[in-house]
Design a protein around this ligand. Structure first.
Ligand code: VG1
Ligand code: CO
Length: 542
């Protein structure tokens, strides 16, 4: 029987900030997943003779999607697919397997921090041979293919047993089912001083890692509890569940509130951390102190040399545009280059491949390095632990010292979720139209220094990405940025990013929202988010 099935294009298969994300029921519609997977094969020049990695965060529908992807890989002539047992792989672990096995790329089934379940979200993204998310040119080619598709290929075969590690065969294609954790854990052992970390825990150091019923549970248990000797029970919500147990696996103070309560309570351990659905994000909390992701990036960059994997120093530091400039100050001090890229990890790939940057980060709880080509939640936690072990100080002491040395970039993101698309676009258009006239104007006592719609010229391949966020900078270093989310599946989410710099040594201990009050007021004056949307305030504040 022929492997070819005729089909017609389905509208809207356009990958966003990180792959294609839709409601699960949309992905489950007949032909939806098949069309997109074939569009990926078409965009990469076919699958013949190639090797791929396959895995995901274990969310609802992933078990069925994995079988479809395997059967389509076989029909497209792939030689081999390396699959995480149970079709599970964290995003950084998938990136590592792509690189370790020198494969042609990988399929990651995840909608990351979006909730999972039949009524929630599913997603699929393709990573290239460098282990990183497909760059814009490739995602554009996928979308283009999806608008012209006429047939897809799939073999008729029984489902492949993915429940145990083994070599299997699917219509002549090798399927290698691997332990999702082993190679990743081995990589971590090469980067961090596991002896020092074992000594730290042996000395009574206590931590809580909230895996939020998502993919990092088995990784964190193996590394923190089994290899490093952290007390049993250090990892909570450690079993990945298809609906994340109803949790919203987004590691921020709002969704990881259980961890926040623990860390601000009387019996708080020394260190707390949480991760997202697919394991690439991290939130870090000290006893009684929350570490903003932008500060975390800066502290990690400033102290990375304390971990064995980075003792030679950093080649450069890259951050996404809306991320605070705290990391730039570290780069300046270290005498290395600082890069500012659009939102989304795909823009760091070229800098990492070219050896221009070692550490990268985003304000959205993402940090990583050149060890893989994705952000990596557990990596960030281990680097923090390595730094704590070496400096023998608390998180609070380390942050205080950092701010005294570099000054403090007060920072917050205000999200307005599920706005009607036309309302969100009206707000964006209103500010965009006023940008040109803003320089020199005084708003809330601050003078606008520059205002633009961010465009990125990739210094490695010369590609240009426009329309990446509206930014207004003030002469005192304050800044506001407005952009639309590219990961949501319902309406439009508007993100307002706010920043104010305090050089110190006075004024380093203010309440963040209070410190940002003039910038918040300036944003409302210039963009009228509340005015136009009729909302009282943001839904989520990080
Ligand atoms: C969000 C974050 C962005 C991150 C992306 C994927 O995108 O802002 O920094 O790279 O999610 O992260 P957006 O377009 O919604 O702002 V993940 O952990 O969802 O893969
Ligand atoms: Co994620």
């Amino acid at each position: 029987m022929s492997n070819r099935r005729s089909t017609t294009p389905i509208a809207g298969q356009k990958p966003g900030t990180s792959g294609l994300r839709k409601k699960t029921r949309v992905f489950a519609e007949p032909g939806y997943l098949e069309n997109f997977v074939q569009s990926i094969f078409d965009a990469i020049g076919g699958g013949a003779g190639k090797t791929f990695v396959l895995g995901g965060d274990g969310r609802y529908f992933a078990d069925r999607a994995a079988q479809v992807i395997l059967k389509m890989a076989a029909a497209n002539g792939a030689a081999r697919v390396i699959v995480g047992q149970g079709a599970v792989l964290s995003t950084p672990a998938a990136s590592h397997l792509i690189r370790l096995n020198k494969t042609d790329g990988g399929f990651i089934m995840s909608a990351s921090h979006n909730p999972g379940g039949p009524e929630e979200d599913f997603g699929l993204k393709f990573n290239a041979a460098n282990g990183g998310p497909a760059p814009e040119a490739l995602t554009a080619a996928m979308y283009d293919a999806s608008t012209r598709i006429a047939e897809y290929r799939i073999v008729e075969a029984a489902d492949v047993d993915l429940s145990t590690t083994a070599e299997r065969d699917l219509a002549g294609m090798r399927v290698t089912v691997v332990d999702p954790v082993a190679d990743y854990a081995a990589l971590m052992e090469t980067l961090f001083d596991f002896n020092a970390l074992r000594a730290l825990f042996k000395g009574g150091f206590r931590m809580r890692f909230d895996a939020m019923n998502a993919v990092t549970g088995p990784y964190a248990r193996e590394i923190l509890e089994n290899r490093l000797g952290a007390a049993k029970g250090t990892v909570v919500h450690a079993t990945p569940l298809p609906d994340f147990g109803g949790m919203h696996p987004d590691p921020n103070p709002v969704w990881a509130h259980e961890l926040m309560e623990e860390m601000f309570g009387d019996t708080a351990p020394d260190f707390g951390a949480a991760s997202d659905g697919d394991g690439d994000r991290n939130m870090v909390v000290g006893r009684g102190i929350y570490v903003s992701p932008s500060d975390s990036l800066a502290v990690l960059a400033a102290n990375a040399h304390l971990a064995p994997g980075y003792k030679a120093g950093l080649k450069g530091i890259a951050r996404s545009m809306p991320t605070s400039a705290a990391a730039d100050r570290v780069a300046e001090k270290l005498g290395v280059a600082a890069y500012e890229t659009p939102t989304g990890w795909k823009f760091f790939g070229n800098l990492l491949d070219a050896g221009r940057a070692t550490i990268c980060g985003e304000e959205s709880f993402g940090t990583g390095s050149d060890h893989v080509r994705e952000k990596d939640g557990l990596w960030a936690v281990l680097l923090w632990l390595n730094i704590l072990a070496e400096r023998k100080e608390t998180v609070q002491e380390i942050l205080n010292a950092h701010w005294r040395e570099f000054g403090r970039n007060y920072y917050s993101r205000h999200d307005y979720e599920a706005l009607p698309v036309d309302v969100a676009e009206r707000i964006m258009a209103g500010l965009r139209d006023r940008l040109m006239a803003l320089p020199g104007r005084v708003v809330q006592g601050m003078t606008v220094a520059a205002a633009d719609d961010f465009a990125y010229d990739d210094p490695v391949d010369g590609s240009v990405s426009t329309g990446q966020g509206l930014r207004v900078g003030f002469t005192d270093g304050s800044r506001l940025v407005l952009r639309l989310s590219g990961t949501g599946t319902e309406g439009a989410t508007l993100r307002l990013y706010l920043e104010r710099y305090a050089a110190g040594t006075e004024g380093l201990d203010e309440d963040v929202q209070a410190a940002l009050a003039p910038v918040i007021a300036a944003a409302e004056e210039l963009a009228q988010i509340r005015g136009i949307s009729g909302r009282d305030g943001p839904d989520v504040l990080t």
